[in-house]
Design a protein around this ligand. Structure first.
Ligand code: NAI
Ligand code: MG
Length: 356
């Protein structure tokens, strides 16, 4: 089958890691009878230089007409002095909004070959494979009313509102249950329903949606306990679903289980229409153009795209196995290379790509 991919290499190391990902994806697809048609478009600083806008209309139109969007990274020193409304980062927010990407999926996987580079003990993190599903466009970051004011004692106050509607919870819960169904079939919903009404509604709706997924085992945890369990026993978790602010904090906490940014993929999806698949890291301007970047997060993002948007899990598995194999072979780009580790070799981005 032919899959139309909108490719956004962006800035900095973006084009280098994207070259690797496209080639790996095409080869993995070939083995499974899947074909990819890539349409390269501009975003970020590269788009500002060429068109004056961080997200040209043409890019958004191509993205909407594609099966999925593969994005490397945007930003760099050159554009850092622009006013924030004109910066490359705006392109990222605009494409997420333009595709209604309300669900942010962030796996926290610790490859066994790298379990020693985690700040936690090897026994705790070896084999960790968690998927955090974070609601991205609601909750306290967007709720109204918000602002500054004065209380009845005449003191200045700041306030925000944590609010979710039933349909907002329902759609993120469905994404999480669907994801859990494709993985370990266990879902943990994280909230604070012992204190917050918004969390009580969250929990009720998640339980209701769960009736449609009898094959997925549902559990519930308060956010404070979840933050603790993530460090005490991370292997307890398979898929976690949570609101915007709790997900923000938990996904940053979970990313440190792996110890390196260069390995972490992500997806931002709407559940209908194309999703955006991108590494968690930025454009790494300090090493751009030097063939030093780690392309594995980008390749694993392509694997997520195959699994979640394109429904070709066998291609995803091939990519994941290739990543496993190059790590087994001891190949390490600079960010994951530890001098003195036996049977490892420092390699360039392009060498890692060839090996994949
Ligand atoms: P960064 O993630 O680009 O870099 C942080 C550090 O990690 C740097 O030392 C970098 O060399 C290293 N690093 C990151 N990815 C790597 C990879 N694949 N291989 C090897 N080393 C890697 O974050 P930073 O420095 O805060 O931001 C740089 C630029 O990226 C900024 O313009 C920022 O706005 C943008 N950015 C873009 C994001 C995106 O496109 N989604 C996300 C985060 C930052
Ligand atoms: Mg954050």
């Amino acid at each position: 089958k032919l899959h139309k991919i909108c490719v956004l290499p962006g800035d900095g190391i973006g084009p280098e890691i994207m070259t690797v990902a496209k080639k790996a994806l095409s080869l993995a697809g070939q083995k499974e009878g899947e074909e990819f048609q890539y349409t390269d478009c501009l975003i970020g600083g590269a788009a500002i230089d060429a068109t004056g806008k961080p997200l040209p209309d043409e890019t958004l139109a191509t993205a909407k007409a594609s099966d999925a969007v593969l994005l490397a990274a945007i930003g760099g020193y050159k554009w850092d002095t622009l006013p924030s409304a004109q910066r490359p980062e705006r392109g990222l927010l605009a494409i997420r909004a333009g595709l209604n990407a309300f669900a942010n999926l962030r796996p926290a996987i610790v490859p066994r070959q790298l379990a020693d580079s985690s700040p936690l003990k090897r026994e705790l993190v070896e084999g960790v494979d968690i998927l955090i599903v974070r609601e991205l466009v609601g909750g306290i970051y967007f709720g109204q009313p918000r602002g500054f004011g004065t209380n009845d004692k005449g003191e200045r106050i700041g306030y925000n509102t944590d609010v979710y509607s039933e349909p907002e919870v329902e759609r993120i819960a469905r994404v999480a249950f669907e994801a859990a169904r494709k993985r370990g079939k266990r879902l943990c919903s994280v909230e604070k329903s012992n204190v917050l009404e918004v969390s009580q509604l969250w929990k009720e709706v998640v339980i209701r949606v769960g009736k449609d997924y009898p094959d997925v085992e549902l559990s519930h945890m308060y956010i404070d306990n979840a933050a603790m369990q993530l460090l005490r026993n991370p292997k307890y978790f398979d898929v976690i679903v949570t609101g915007n602010i709790f997900g923000d904090i938990l996904s940053d906490e979970a990313s440190m289980l792996a110890g390196s940014l260069g390995l972490l993929p992500s997806a931002s999806i709407s559940g209908a229409g194309p999703g955006i698949y991108e590494p968690v890291h930025g454009s790494a301007p300090d090493i751009a153009g030097q063939d030093k970047a780690n392309p594995l997060a980008m390749v694993l993002s392509a694997a997520m795209m195959c699994r979640y948007d394109l429904a070709i899990p066998k291609v995803a598995e091939r990519l994941e196995k290739a990543v496993d194999a190059v790590l087994d072979a001891g190949l390490r780009t600079g960010d994951i290379y530890k001098q003195g580790t036996p049977n490892t070799k420092l390699v360039k981005c392009s060498e890692m790509g060839e090996a994949l």
